[in-house]
Design a protein around this ligand. Structure first.
Ligand code: 13P
Length: 231
């Protein structure tokens, strides 16, 4: 399987940035996927770039002002949708159960959900992170076919902080996820990934890619990160 290099632009980016990203080069063994704010998704339809969304609703349509459904995303040509990002869990009260319903709907419409899990700083330092991660996995992925979603391990304490777990610590979490889900579910890592640490991350066995926040907002930096994952 190609390794997934996913850009999560969060609430950033512009039409100008999308123009710049048209120069992104395809690299063997990798698949770059840009997840811009939803309003920009149609601008990717006439590009060769793969693209995805940062959220979707769990219904097909209806009276849900401000929401976007998996059906809408599919119609625009999205292939992936990030679900359960810690920013949505903490700031928009998304529970594992909500994430699970959204993921089921995304799969029903042929999208691949990227289901985010991650422990807090306290859970890591009080050695409760395994329990926290397993609980998120069990509830968020309940009933979903294991080869039809991706798990993104994003420790909350590493997002936007410059702190990255050691390769051994990431490996331990990959093993934990694989013990729970088997080896058919791709596992990616996110949290302070940049062009300096991408090469080390690319060497972690069993890691199928990365989810990049801040460093995905510059096309040169993002290209260097993709290059580091060349097969
Ligand atoms: P940063 O790469 O900015 O730490 O963000 C990670 C993230 O949240 C990606 O989804």
């Amino acid at each position: 399987m190609k390794r997934l290099i996913i850009a999560n632009w969060k609430m950033n980016g512009s039409i100008h940035l999308i123009q710049e990203f048209r120069s992104l080069k395809k690299i063997p063994g990798t698949e770059a996927i840009i997840c811009p704010p939803a309003c920009y998704l149609p601008l990717f339809s006439d590009t060769l770039m793969k693209f995805g969304a940062q959220n979707c609703h769990h219904a097909n349509n209806g009276a849900f002002t401000g929401e976007i459904s998996a059906l809408h995303l599919k119609e625009l040509g999205c292939t992936y949708v990030i679900l359960g990002h810690s920013e949505r869990r903490t700031q928009f009260n998304e529970t594992d159960s909500v994430v699970n319903h959204k993921a089921a709907k995304a799969i029903e419409h042929g999208l691949t959900p990227i289901i985010c899990i991650g422990e807090t700083y306290a859970e890591r330092h009080e050695n409760r992170f395994e329990q926290a991660l397993l609980s998120q996995i069990d509830r968020s992925t309940h009933g979903l076919p294991r080869h039809q979603y991706v798990i993104a391990y994003e420790p909350i304490w590493s997002i936007g902080t410059g702190l990255v777990p050691t390769s051994n610590d990431i490996q331990t979490v990959i093993n934990l996820i694989q013990q729970r889900l088997g080896t058919h579910t791709p596992i990616i890592y996110g949290g302070s990934v940049n062009d300096k640490n991408a090469a080390d991350l690319s060497n972690i066995p069993g890691l199928n890619g990365i989810l990049v926040g801040g460093a995905s907002l510059n096309v040169t930096t993002f290209q260097s990160i993709i290059d580091a994952f060349q097969a």
